[in-house]
Design a protein around this ligand. Structure first.
Ligand SMILES: *[C@@H]1O[C@H](CO)[C@@H](O)[C@H](O)[C@H]1NC(C)=O
Ligand SMILES: *[C@@H]1O[C@H](CO)[C@@H](O)[C@H](O)[C@H]1NC(C)=O
Ligand SMILES: *[C@@H]1O[C@H](CO)[C@@H](O)[C@H](O)[C@H]1NC(C)=O
Ligand SMILES: *[C@@H]1O[C@H](CO)[C@@H](O)[C@H](O)[C@H]1NC(C)=O
Ligand SMILES: *[C@@H]1O[C@H](CO)[C@@H](O)[C@H](O)[C@H]1NC(C)=O
Ligand SMILES: *[C@@H]1O[C@H](CO)[C@@H](O)[C@H](O)[C@H]1NC(C)=O
Length: 631
């Protein structure tokens, strides 16, 4: 009986609940308590720098605090503070960000978060079990964290290409009173510190944070370089603070790409200073404009967490909102029935053979690229769901013939891609431009011997990943059968809105679905993709092994027709975290669900307790306590 209890206790204290799962780890069963004055040493080129982990405000991004204030007090604060105050903050953060300041900020945050943790993992242990360390025993302390980087980061500047392209791997060894983190790139330090934080717990009745599995060794590196989340901020209102919060949670799952789908037909919330009417007239409300400063702060915050924040301005489809400012640039604006001219209301597409549109696109890109290029080398050029019928109503072409449209689309994207390359960007395009329209997306040599071609993002189904790879392009996976976070919340689109029967509709491409909404109002990508479904998605299932090396990574996607600031977090989490483990650790399978539910369950409890993120439950508490529900 006693020995049985001992074995169980031993097993439990040896469990290590990291999310995402590291490549290799080994653990012991000794306990170390964090010395509140833990000394942090950064070592590179044989030189030591002592980071005083207790210095206040070190590396914090002031705007986050500001944004959360704005969030609490409502939009007036945001509007009122545009102008001088914004301008100054913008300049401040621009100067503040260097690789060295990122490391210092991350160390400060990690130590603070370990020191302040309130997370007691009772849900992961049997009812009323004794799982915490004996507080009457002598406490051994972890008194030193040493970080060894194989090169010294540039203390003067920040280069997104070097920073994000660096080796992300890290090792952690914890023995006796010392933890040692070893990395090649700065970004590896950020991921190591995220892992490090997950090792500590609070005690339910005594102060201090403890680490139960010493000695410990972790060797870790990501499976894929592009580990992304895409968020559409155009269909419904969102605030910059939503993305700041999301970036923090993403970093805690080691995701490293935030794709902002910034504009769409329904609204244009993104300020473009050289084209101010776009957002002034195209946002749902003046207070819902995302200023250039907001975007800058989000990018800086992302970079400080190891996340490359990049923008998509979808073109030439999905652009009806441009017509509020520039009606002459848009064809088929708000036509009925909309289903002939767009995938969802309202229709409207940039004209395809218009010198005004070319001038507009140049101005737009010359504005957004130099700004966002300070913190990312990615830019998404759009290209999905281009509607042919809309071009019948476009007087510059007046044709829906693919043979007429294809060469014009090629010219349009040559223009966009060449501007992106000139600014040193790696463009990303939706799959249709390559697979349906057969566009040529050339390889280009950028500075520093970087050869890049346009990355192709696949969204319709997994088979298309292989088609992209066969055409010699690198691909990003995440299709709607598995990784769309908006599925299963119900259909809302009636192709013929009430009282708007399609009298005089010039062309019908609806392909035979002029159906009314009907019970139970299913959406096109139902059912809801729960975390287990996302976790067991195998993006490589249909790909021949000689092509898999050209998979760049994937994205999980949040289209926001039925989501806004209020329910964002519970729709994202824990499902984005499930996808994050696929992206970091590699393809998962069903035999891993039991282990995953316990580790993800623990990630969720920590996230809710220490960071107040509204993460939906992963499992029934009884199953977390007892285990075995998934088997
Ligand atoms: C750093 O780079 C070296 C050489 O490429 C490699 O062997 C090592 O695994 C990398 N990672 C760490 C954490 O040192
Ligand atoms: C930890 O302490 C033990 C016993 O004092 C010693 O043998 C071992 O070498 C130490 N480990 C490290 C990494 O310093
Ligand atoms: C594009 O516009 C030019 C004039 O601006 C015209 O000459 C040409 O025929 C148009 N191309 C197509 C395919 O309509
Ligand atoms: C692109 O190529 C495919 C396959 O060859 C063909 O079916 C399709 O019609 C082409 N699309 C256009 C717009 O030319
Ligand atoms: C680019 O490649 C050339 C030839 O291989 C090499 O000499 C040069 O150092 C490289 N430049 C950079 C910045 O890597
Ligand atoms: C559109 O096409 C579908 C399928 O071909 C047909 O059933 C429907 O009646 C058409 N609608 C109109 C308004 O012509």
């Amino acid at each position: 009986m006693l020995s049985h209890a001992f074995v169980l206790l031993f097993y439990i204290t040896n469990a290590i609940a990291l999310w995402p799962k590291p490549v290799e780890f080994s653990t012991g069963s000794e306990v170390l308590w964090l010395d509140p004055a833990v000394k942090v040493i950064l070592r590179c080129n044989g030189e030591d720098a002592i980071l005083t982990s207790q210095s206040p405000g070190f590396g914090e991004i002031p705007i986050s605090a500001f944004m959360s204030i704005a969030f609490q007090f409502g939009q007036n604060v945001l509007t009122r503070f545009q102008g001088f105050t914004w301008q100054r903050r913008f300049e401040e953060s621009k100067e503040a960000l260097t690789e060295a300041s990122i490391v210092q900020g991350a160390v400060h945050e990690a130590i603070k978060s370990i020191r302040d943790t309130r997370y007691v993992p009772w849900k992961l242990h049997g009812r009323h079990s004794t799982f915490e360390p004996d507080v009457t025993a002598e406490r051994h302390h972890l008194s030193m964290l040493q970080i060894q980087q194989s090169y010294c980061p540039d203390a003067e500047s920040f280069d997104p290409v070097t920073f994000f392209a660096a080796d992300e791997s890290y090792d952690i060894v914890i023995d006796n009173a010392t933890a040692t983190i070893q990395t090649n790139g700065t970004i590896g330090i950020l991921w190591a510190l995220q892992t490090f934080q997950q090792l500590f717990y609070a005690h339910s009745s005594h102060s201090g944070s403890y680490l139960p599995n010493v000695p410990m060794r972790i060797v870790d590196r990501p499976k894929w370089r592009h580990r992304g989340l895409s968020i559409d901020i155009a269909r419904n209102p969102f605030l910059p603070s939503d993305l700041i919060r999301t970036i923090d949670a993403m970093a805690r799952t080691k995701m490293n790409r935030l794709h902002i789908h910034a504009t769409d037909s329904q609204s244009w919330p993104l300020e473009i200073p050289s084209l101010p009417d776009l957002a002034r007239k195209g946002a749902y409300q003046p207070h819902l404009v995302w200023t250039a400063h907001d975007l800058n702060e989000i990018q800086v915050h992302g970079a400080s967490r190891g996340i490359s924040v990049f923008v998509e301005i979808d073109m030439p489809g999905h652009t009806a909102s441009v017509a509020h400012a520039y009606p002459e640039l848009v064809a088929a604006y708000n036509e009925l029935d909309w289903s002939t001219f767009a995938a969802e209301p309202l229709s409207g597409q940039l004209k395809l053979n218009s010198s005004l549109v070319f001038a507009f696109v140049s101005t737009l890109l010359m504005d957004i690229l130099p700004r966002t290029g300070r913190y990312t080398s990615l830019y998404h050029i759009g290209g999905d769901e281009v509607n042919r019928a809309a071009y019948l109503l476009d007087e510059t072409v007046a044709s829906d013939d693919p043979q007429v449209l294809q060469p014009l689309l090629q010219i349009f994207f040559d223009h966009v891609v060449s501007i992106a390359y000139q600014h040193g960007f790696q463009p990303i395009v939706w799959e249709e431009m390559l697979l349906d329209w057969n566009l040529t997306l050339p390889w280009v040599k950028l500075g520093g011997n970087r050869t890049v071609s346009t990355l192709v993002q696949v969204w319709r189904n997994s088979e298309r990943i292989e088609e992209v790879l066969k055409k010699g392009h690198r691909a990003i996976f995440g299709d709607y059968h598995h990784w769309y976070l908006d599925c299963g919340f119900g259909g809302f689109l009636n192709p013929y809105p009430a009282g708007k029967s399609p009298v005089g509709v010039p062309y019908n491409t609806s392909g035979g679905h002029p159906s009314k909404l009907k019970k139970p109002y299913l959406d096109y990508c139902n059912p809801f993709h729960n975390w287990r479904d996302m976790y067991t998605y195998d993006p490589l299932a249909n790909i021949s092994p000689d092509l898999v090396d050209n998979v760049e990574g994937g994205e999980v996607l949040m289209w926001s027709e039925q989501t806004d600031s209020i329910d964002l977090d519970s729709k994202l989490w824990p499902r984005v975290a499930a996808a994050a483990e696929v992206l970091w650790t590699g393809v998962r399978d069903e035999t891993m669900l039991e282990d995953a539910s316990r580790r993800l369950g623990e990630w969720r409890e920590r996230e809710v307790t220490d960071f107040q993120t509204a993460v939906s439950p992963v499992h029934m508490t009884w199953c977390l306590m007892e285990g075995g529900c998934n088997l």
